[in-house]
Design a protein around this ligand. Structure first.
Ligand SMILES: NC(=O)c1ccc[n+]([C@@H]2O[C@H](COP(=O)([O-])OP(=O)(O)OC[C@H]3O[C@@H](n4cnc5c(N)ncnc54)[C@H](O)[C@@H]3O)[C@@H](O)[C@H]2O)c1
Length: 697
C-alpha cells in the first residue's frame, strides 16, 4: 500500500503511506495518481488534501528504488506534479515533520500548502551531487523569492516551516496549523473549495531587482565555496533559468542540468558515500531485527587523550559516563580537558551554558572498580600494551555485571587475545575511535572471533546514536584503516628516497583532494607512533622493504609538531609547516649511502602510487573478509582519513579509473627497481576483477 484514500465530507484525503518517510516509490506514486483521479471524478468531492502518514509528509525519492527501473516508471514525479498542477479542484498539501526533496517538489505542485510548525523543509539533492530535478529550482524561487530559495537549494539544509512562513511576502505556506494538522487542512480545503482561478505556482511571477548582478555574485560565491563539486554552481544556473526563461523552458533547463550531473564522477562519488553510509550498518549475517542490549550507562577506563574524547560522545548523547583511572590527578586532568573542550564550544557560540552544565552533570569519576560494575558497557582506553590491557580485562571480567559489553579502543592489538583474558569473549568487542574522538566521525567496530551478534548489533546502533559512521572490521593488524595506511606510508617513504621532497608529496596529494598529505599527517599524529609500530612489526620481517628515512627522522628527535620539528620545521606555537633544510640533508645523505641518484617524480606518479597502495591493500582486506564490502573501506577513508569525498573513497576511485587500468599502472610501478616489485603484485581479488572487467562495487 503506497497511499490511502478517504473522503471527509466534501474533501478527499490522500495519505502517503510508505514507511519510514513516505518515499515516493512506485506504489506511492500510483496511489497518489489514482487518488487524484478518483477525487476529480467524484462529484461529491470539492477539494483534495494530500498528506503523509507516520513520521513524515515525504522524505522525497524512495532510496530503496534507486537505480532500479521502477524509479522512473510512470507515473513519475514530474507527471504527478503536472497532474496536481492541472487538477480542476483545489489541492491542499498538508506538510508535517519532514518535507524534503521530491516531497517538497510534490507539495509545490499543489495549489495550497499548509504545515505543522516544526516541519523540516529542504531540497537536499545537492548533497548527493545533484540539483532538484522535479521543478524545485523553478517553483521554490517563485514562492520564497530568489535569494531565500537559492540559499536553500545550494546548501541543501532544512529550514523549519514556521521560519519560512514568517518571511515577508512568502507564498510557500498559506497557513501554519497548530493542533491537529489533518483537521486543520480539511477545514482549510473547505474554505478554499470554491475559489477560482486555482493558484498555480508555475503561474507566479518571478523577478529580482538586480537579477543579473545578483546571479553573477551568487555564482562567484558558490564557485569559490564548492571547489571540487559541480552541483552547487548548477543550482545557481537552474535558478538563473527560472528568472530568465518561461516556466516550461526553465523546467527543460533544470532537467538538462540534472541529467548532466547524474553521470559526473563527483555525483557518483557522493551517491556512493550516501549509500555507503547506510550500507555500513548492514552486516551480512546480523539481520536487522537482531535483539540489542540496553545501554544506559557507560564506564570508560583511562582518562587520557582518547578516554576523554570517547566520554564526550556519550555525554553529548545524554548517556551517563563514569571514568576510571589509576590516580586522582589523571582523573582531574581528564575532567578538566573535557570541561575545557565544552567551554571552548560555549565561547564559539556552539553550545549553551546550560547544556554544558547538563553534560558535565552526567560525568562521574572513580578510582575503584567496584563503582563501575553496574555499567551496561565499558570502554577501555589505557596504554597500548598487551600487559596493561590484560590486567584491565581480567579485572573487568571480575567486576562487570553479567551481559555488560566489554570494549577495547586498541588501535593495533589483537582483540581476540584481549577477549581471551575474560571468561566471556562473546561480550568483548573493539571500538576503535579516531583522535580527536569527540570530533572524528569514524568508528571502527572490531568484531572478534567470538563476539556475539547482539553485542555487534548493539554497538553499531550505539555508534549511530553518538553520530558516528560505524564500520565493522574483522581482527587483523591495524584493522581496515591503519592496515591500509601502513602501505601508503611505505610508498611515501619510497617516493622520498627516489627524489621527491615531503613538500612535493604533500602538495600533490592535497591537490588530489586529501585533507592532508602523509608527511604533514605524520607530523600532526607524531612520527614516533609509526616508529614504534615499525619496530614491533618489522623486527621479524627482514624481508619487509621500507625507507629508513622515517626512522632516521625519529632518531633526530623530530617526532613532529609536539617536538617542534618533524618532516617540517615549526615556529613555536604555530602549525604552519616550513620545509626543513635538515631533513633535506638527512634524506640526501641517506640516498647517497644507498647509491640512489634522485630523479624528478611527477605529481601524477606520486598520487597514484599512494592511492593504489591503499587500493591494493583494500582488495586484500576485502578478500580476507576483514571488510564485508568495498563501500565499508571507502567509508573508513572518507570519514577517518581525509580522503576526498568527491572521489568517493579509494575503492570507488579505483572503480572509476577502471580496475584494468589500475593493474596496468601497478605493473609499471613494479618495474621500477627502486620500488618494491612484491609491493605491486596485485591482490588476487584485484587481478581477478580487472581481468573480468568488473569493479569492486
Ligand atoms: N591517541 C590516538 O590517536 C589513538 C587513536 C585510536 C586509538 N588509540 C588507543 O587508545 C588507547 C589510549 O590511548 P591514548 O592516546 O588515550 O593514551 P593516553 O596515554 O593519552 O591515555 C591513557 C590513560 O590510561 C590511563 N591508564 C593506564 N593504565 C591504566 C590502568 N591500568 N587503569 C586505568 N587507567 C590506566 C593512564 O593514566 C592515561 O591517562 C590506546 O590503546 C591507543 O592505542 C589512540
Amino acid at each position: 500500500m503506497g497511499a490511502h484514500y478517504e473522503v471527509r465530507g466534501n474533501v478527499a484525503v490522500i495519505t502517503l503511506d510508505n514507511p519510514p518517510v513516505n518515499g515516493l516509490g512506485y506504489d506511492t506514486r500510483v496511489g497518489i495518481a489514482t487518488g487524484v483521479e478518483r477525487a476529480l471524478a467524484d462529484a461529491a468531492v470539492q477539494a483534495i488534501v494530500l498528506t503523509g502518514a507516520g513520521k513524515a509528509f515525504s522524505g522525497g525519492a524512495d532510496i530503496k528504488e534507486f537505480g532500479s527501473p521502477k524509479a522512473g516508471a510512470e507515473p513519475n514525479l514530474l507527471t504527478l506534479i503536472k497532474q496536481l498542477d492541472a487538477a480542476t479542484k483545489p489541492v491542499v498539501a498538508a506538510l508535517h515533520s519532514v518535507a524534503m526533496g521530491g516531497g517538497l517538489e510534490l507539495a509545490l505542485g499543489a495549489h495550497y500548502r499548509v504545515a505543522a510548525p516544526g516541519t523540516a523543509v529542504a531540497l537536499p539533492e545537492v548533497k548527493i551531487g545533484l540539483i532538484p530535478g522535479a521543478g524545485g529550482t523553478q517553483r521554490l524561487p517563485r514562492v520564497l523569492g530568489v535569494e531565500t530559495a537559492l540559499n536553500m537549494i545550494v546548501s541543501g539544509d532544512p529550514v523549519k516551516s514556521e521560519v519560512l512562513a514568517a518571511l515577508p511576502g512568502q507564498k510557500l505556506f498559506n497557513k501554519i496549523i497548530e493542533g491537529n494538522l489533518l483537521d486543520g487542512a480539511v477545514a482549510y480545503a473547505q474554505e478554499v473549495s470554491q475559489a477560482r482561478p486555482l493558484p498555480r505556482v508555475r503561474d507566479m511571477k518571478l523577478s529580482h531587482p538586480n537579477a543579473d548582478a545578483y546571479i553573477g555574485f551568487a555564482r562567484n560565491m558558490v564557485k569559490g565555496m564548492a571547489k571540487n563539486f559541480p552541483a552547487p554552481v548548477k543550482c545557481v544556473d537552474a535558478v538563473a533559468g527560472a528568472l530568465k526563461l518561461k516556466f516550461d523552458d526553465g523546467m527543460a533547463n533544470e532537467l538538462a542540468l540534472f541529467q548532466g550531473l547524474m553521470s559526473t564522477p563527483e555525483c557518483k562519488a557522493l551517491r556512493h558515500a550516501f549509500f555507503g553510509e547506510r550500507a555500513a550498518s548492514k552486516i551480512p549475517d546480523v539481520p536487522e531485527g537482531t535483539p540489542q542490549r540496553k545501554i544506559e550507562k557507560i564506564a570508560v577506563i583511562g582518562a587520557g587523550t582518547m578516554g576523554g574524547g570517547i566520554s564526550m560522545n556519550f555525554l553529548n548523547a545524554g548517556i551517563p559516563v563514569v571514568m576510571l583511572e589509576m590516580k586522582q590527578d589523571a582523573l582531574d586532568r581528564g575532567v578538566a580537558t573535557i570541561r575545557k573542550n565544552y567551554e571552548a564550544q560555549v565561547q564559539r557560540g556552539k553550545l549553551k551554558q546550560d547544556k554544558l552544565d547538563a553534560r558535565m552533570a552526567l560525568l562521574s569519576t572513580t578510582l575503584d572498580y567496584a563503582d563501575i560494575g553496574s555499567a551496561d558497557m565499558v570502554i577501555e582506553a589505557v596504554f597500548e600494551e598487551m600487559g596493561v590491557k590484560e590486567k584491565v580485562f581480567r579485572k573487568l571480567d571480575e567486576v562487570m555485571k553479567a551481559g555488560a559489553i566489554l570494549a577495547s579502543n586498541t588501535s593495533t592489538l589483537d582483540v581476540n587475545a584481549i577477549a581471551a583474558f575474560t571468561k566471556r569473549p562473546q561480550d568483548v568487542i573493539g571500538t576503535h575511535f579516531f583522535s580527536p574522538a569527540n570530533v572524528m566521525k569514524l568508528l571502527e567496530v572490531v568484531r572478534g572471533e567470538k563476539t556475539a551478534k547482539d553485542v555487534l548489533a548493539t554497538v553499531m546502533a550505539l555508534g549511530k546514536k553518538i553520530k558516528k559512521t560505524a564500520v565493522v572490521s574483522g581482527v587483523c593488524d591495524g584493522f581496515i584503516g591503519n592496515r591500509m595506511i601502513e602501505q601508503y606510508s611505505r610508498q611515501a617513504g619510497f617516493l622520498i628516497e627516489e627524489g621527491a621532497t615531503p613538500e612535493q608529496v604533500d602538495k600533490a596529494v592535497e591537490k588530489f583532494g586529501f585533507a592532508m598529505g602523509p608527511f604533514r599527517m605524520g607530523d600532526l599524529a607524531g612520527n614516533d607512533i609509526g616508529w614504534a609500530i615499525r619496530k614491533r612489526r618489522y623486527i621479524d620481517k627482514p624481508e619487509m622493504r621500507y625507507s629508513k628515512t622515517a626512522d632516521l627522522l625519529c632518531e633526530m628527535g623530530r617526532y613532529g609538531q609536539k617536538t617542534g620539528a618533524g618532516w617540517y620545521d615549526y615556529r613555536p606555537g604555530q602549525r604552519a609547516a616550513i620545509p626543513s633544510k635538515l631533513v633535506v640533508e638527512m634524506v640526501e645523505k641517506h640516498r647517497a649511502a644507498q647509491g640512489i641518484t634522485p630523479r624528478q617524480i611527477s605529481d601524477d606518479e606520486i598520487v597514484h602510487r599512494l592511492v593504489y597502495s591503499l587500493v591494493n591493500e583494500g582488495a586484500k582486506i576485502l578478500e580476507e573478509g576483514i571488510a564485508s564490502k568495498a563501500s565499508d573501506i571507502d567509508m573508513v577513508y572518507l570519514t577517518g582519513y581525509g580522503f576526498p569525498l568527491f572521489r568517493g573513497g579509494p575503492m570507488c576511485y579505483a572503480d572509476q579509473v577502471g580496475l584494468y587500468n589500475v593493474v596496468q599502472t601497478m605493473k609499471q610501478f613494479a618495474a621500477n627497481p627502486l620500488d618494491d616489485a612484491a609491493f605491486w603484485q596485485p591482490a588476487p581479488l584485484l587481478a581477478k576483477l580487472a581481468a573480468e572487467g568488473k569493479s569492486f562495487t
